[in-house]
Design a protein around this ligand. Structure first.
Ligand code: PMV
Length: 327
């Protein structure tokens, strides 16, 4: 049966950087993100006896090698659970540049998981979908839900899943993304985090701090305290990047434009334009702000030459099935 799903990307406010179990994708610390409206993956999956092998097409290109393997591995996991040996055709489109710190793997694996499970007739709840999605790409488990979403680290596979902390309508904050580079990053998150665990002596301290910051940010979300949310998110981002930079060899994902924007955000804040930055494993800067400041921030970013594109996102909703098939 042909099934199609859409899922939004997400940006972590408390980051996931490192696995306690590489095979099961268990993170070393629980983490939390907001789902981003309008940055989505749209994926159609068809399992059928008509196909002799799996076919994967992303953004108009037939995938081969490592990229195809990651998708096939996820299809295998789902086939195993469903006890099926049917091959699949997968067609997916992202409406944003992939692999430049904009988490296309998060929305991509969430949409793939929802569509593939439905295509094999599995009727799973969101918790189960997040457990399956997690094993394709860790951060994708959070994209199963909209709103403010925690990934509970767990100690075994069934205990590591996403939960909705607050709905997308609970507290309206915005993520204005300054895109300074659109190319794929040189070191993937998967490879980078493994190196950090192996070589960075600061790693353990950051994990401890992240658990503490997670408790604090959940309280701040509950209280709708934007300043506190922003401060904690920025601090956790810097803690993660500190461990990345102090990895051997160093993982410096920032470009000069990234630092320029970090400094501007600090200046704007001093001026009273309240905003905070967070950055994933890439050079692009996500600026967290309140709805009333969004326009002014977009206007200021437009004046910066290094900013190649700007995406402004509200908090988005759950991954969902749709009838809009891609083939
Ligand atoms: O799930 P991955 O392999 O795309 O890793 C995500 C890592 C970060 O984006 C840097 C942080 C996060 O929690 O999303």
């Amino acid at each position: 049966m042909k099934c199609t799903a859409t899922a939004n990307s997400n940006i972590a406010l408390i980051k996931y950087w490192g696995k306690a179990d590489d095979k099961l994708f268990l993170p070393t610390n629980s983490n939390l993100s907001i789902t981003l409206e309008g940055l989505n993956s749209h994926t159609t999956v068809d399992f059928s006896s008509d196909y002799k092998e799996d076919m994967v097409n992303i953004d108009g290109k037939n995938m081969e090698g490592e990229k195809k393997e990651k998708v096939v591995k996820q299809l295998n996991l789902i086939r195993n659970i469903a006890n099926s040996n049917l091959k699949a055709k997968v067609v997916s489109k992202n409406n944003f540049p992939s692999a430049a710190g904009m988490a296309s793997s998060a929305s991509g694996f969430a949409a793939l998981t929802v569509a593939a499970c439905a295509s094999l007739g599995m009727n799973l709840d969101k918790k189960q979908l997040s457990i399956i999605s997690r094993q394709g790409s860790g951060s994708s488990c959070r994209s199963i839900y909209g709103g403010y979403v925690e990934w509970v680290k767990g100690k075994k596979s069934e205990g590591s899943y996403a939960v909705k902390v607050a709905d997308e309508n609970y507290f309206d904050i915005r993520d204005v993304i300054a895109i300074v580079e659109q190319e794929e990053k040189k070191v993937s998150s998967r490879a980078g985090m493994a190196e950090t665990i192996k070589t960075c002596p600061l790693y353990k301290s950051r994990v401890d701090a992240a658990e503490d910051n997670l408790l604090k940010i959940k309280r701040a979300i509950k209280e709708k305290d934007f300043s506190e949310i922003g401060k904690i998110a920025e601090f956790d981002c810097l803690l993660m990047h500190a461990t990345m930079i102090a990895t051997i060899p160093s993982l410096l994902y920032w470009s000069p434009a990234t630092i320029k924007i970090i400094k501007l955000v600090q200046e704007w804040r001093e001026e009273g334009l309240e905003s905070y930055f967070t950055i994933d494993a890439g050079p692009n800067v996500h600026i967290l702000t309140l709805p009333e400041n969004e326009k002014e921030i977009v206007k200021r970013l437009r004046e910066i030459n290094d900013v190649k594109d700007i995406k402004s996102c509200k908090i988005g909703g759950d991954a969902a099935l749709t009838e809009k098939h891609l083939f």
